[in-house]
Design a protein around this ligand. Structure first.
Ligand code: SF4
Length: 493
């Protein structure tokens, strides 16, 4: 059996960093972890090829070769999914589709031959069993259950050209104990956090290490500390011991809830293990909006202090922010800007509220007759799929003001400087030196220090860093390059 695993193209977006990939000699930021995990669940004797359209084209000869094309996709990849399906149909290749896009909207894809919906650990085996028995598989495999992650194999990392990616990624857990109204994670993965065993994680690290990967490893969990005790007392001590034994080959980053700041011991342990950054869902400094969306873990706390604590401990903080809650007012926009500027959060992903299907927010808005379309899956593309209380025009105008006020060159460089003042990296982290860092630095001097309209801010930052925080020069350059990406993405100078 010849299986062609196709990863659809995604447009440039906040986290795709397409503008700056050439600076670091890479073709994509993150690997298709879901697809290579599914690949590892297929029979060993099958032939498998991976085509990531973000890296290379889909050739006709690959389609001729394939018995089945597997497509896994998220909402943001919709357009490319349509194109792949059309090509497969033209070539009479059977399609097997899965992932969040199809799990929620499979009815929109009548051309697809088989759907492996929800989590493949449960829904893929019966499809494979039908093929093995010589039967025609069902069209739809779905489940209301959540699998034990002990069933999840080590992803087929070797199917990829690892050098094309900025990060490698692993998944430790699925599910989140919180119930933020706008979030679809609990609908997709449940509120009970399911974790892989510590041994599975160590095996995945070893697999990456043996394939000669060194550098960034993204832990893709939606909330890495969702099962705090397990993470703190079992997983992290074992990861730390492994990292020490292997001379810190990786730096980790992940996503976590803000209450990470409440646990000094956990915070230190993460940094000592090699974590260098964390993404938080801060959403809004408006207490009423936090209550409205049931973001309990963020309520009644000094969030600026929580962020600062993490930065001081050795974690760079990036975060998500949302505008468009019913409780938001016209003063919310400036409050968001002030918070972000004071926080030193360089990568602040501010998005318009949207209500994906299956969220509690979607149900509420539907009952209030306020849903107007499906969510686009990209909360920075100015689309709204509901009727906002303050009016769409006011909301979008306020949102664009936030982007201008945080991503124009001057406030952006101010934020980098604020972060560099607070951030204390752990000495175990591998330094970003070597030929790649040097080439990146030289390219940045031309792009940011000569061509870019904000060049005087770049030189000012470099000089300040050289004197005030010389060990953070590589971070200063990296963050400045992020700024180039954000300004291009948002059409700013
Ligand atoms: S904490 Fe994060 S992952 Fe968990 S429900 Fe809230 S937004 Fe979703």
């Amino acid at each position: 059996m010849n299986i062609l695993l196709v990863v659809p193209h995604y447009p440039d977006s906040f986290w795709a960093f397409k503008t700056i990939l050439p600076f670091v000699g890479k073709k994509a930021a993150c690997p298709p972890l879901g697809m290579i995990t599914v690949s590892a669940m297929l029979p060993k004797e099958w032939n498998k090829r991976l085509v990531n359209l973000n890296i290379s084209p889909l050739w006709q000869k690959d389609l001729f070769w394939a018995d089945y094309v597997f497509i896994g996709a998220m909402y943001i990849q919709k357009k490319s999914v349509r194109e792949i399906i059309t090509r497969c149909k033209r070539n009479k290749v059977k399609i097997v589709a899965g992932g969040p896009l199809f799990t929620q909207d499979y009815e929109d894809y009548p051309e697809v031959d088989h759907f492996i919906l929800n989590e493949a650990e449960i829904t893929l085996p019966p499809f494979l069993a039908a093929l093995a028995a010589g039967q025609t598989p069902e069209r739809i495999y779905t489940t209301g259950g959540f699998p034990d992650l002990a069933l999840t194999p080590i992803p087929d990392y070797q199917l990829m050209e690892m050098k094309d990616y900025v990060f490698m990624s692993i998944q430790v857990s699925r599910g989140c104990p919180f119930s933020c109204e706008f979030c679809e994670i609990t609908a997709l993965f449940g509120r009970r956090v399911r974790m892989k065993s510590t041994q599975q994680i160590i095996d995945e690290l070893r697999a990456l290490y043996d394939l000669n990967w060194r550098g960034h490893v993204l832990i893709v969990d939606d909330n890495f500390i969702g099962s705090r005790k397990e993470v703190k007392y079992n997983l992290l001590p074992a990861m730390k011991e492994w990292m020490e034994r292997h001379n810190f080959p990786f730096t980790f980053n992940t996503q976590a809830s803000v209450d990470l700041a409440d646990d000094d011991e956990l915070l230190s342990l993460m940094v000592e293990t090699g974590f260098s950054s964390v993404f938080l869902g801060i959403e809004t400094p408006e207490e009423s909006s936090l209550k409205e969306c049931n973001k309990k873990q963020n309520s009644n706390r000094d969030m600026l202090e929580s962020v600062k604590k993490m930065q001081n401990a050795g974690l760079q903080v990036s975060a998500g922010f949302i505008v468009g809650f019913d409780s938001d007012t016209e003063t919310t926009f400036q409050r968001q800007v002030d918070f972000i500027q004071q926080s030193g959060i360089v990568s602040a992903m501010v998005g318009l509220l949207n209500a994906p299907k299956q969220t509690a927010l979607y149900s509420r808005y539907e009952s209030e007759n306020r849903i107007i379309s499906a969510a686009s899956g990209n909360n920075t593309d100015l689309s709204l799929n509901y009727v906002p209380v303050m009016g769409a025009e006011t909301l979008v105008a306020g949102y664009l003001r936030i982007l201008r006020d945080i991503y124009s060159a001057k406030p952006f460089y101010q934020r980098i400087r604020r972060l560099l003042r607070e951030y204390n990296p752990h000495p175990n982290l591998p330094a970003e030196i070597g030929i790649v860092a040097f080439v990146t630095f030289c390219k940045s001097l031309y792009a940011l220090g000569v061509i870019d309209a904000g060049r005087r801010h770049y030189w000012a930052l470099l000089i300040w860093t050289l004197f005030a925080r010389p060990n953070l020069l590589a971070d200063a350059v990296s963050f400045s390059l992020y700024g180039l990406h954000f300004r291009k993405l948002f059409g700013l100078r």
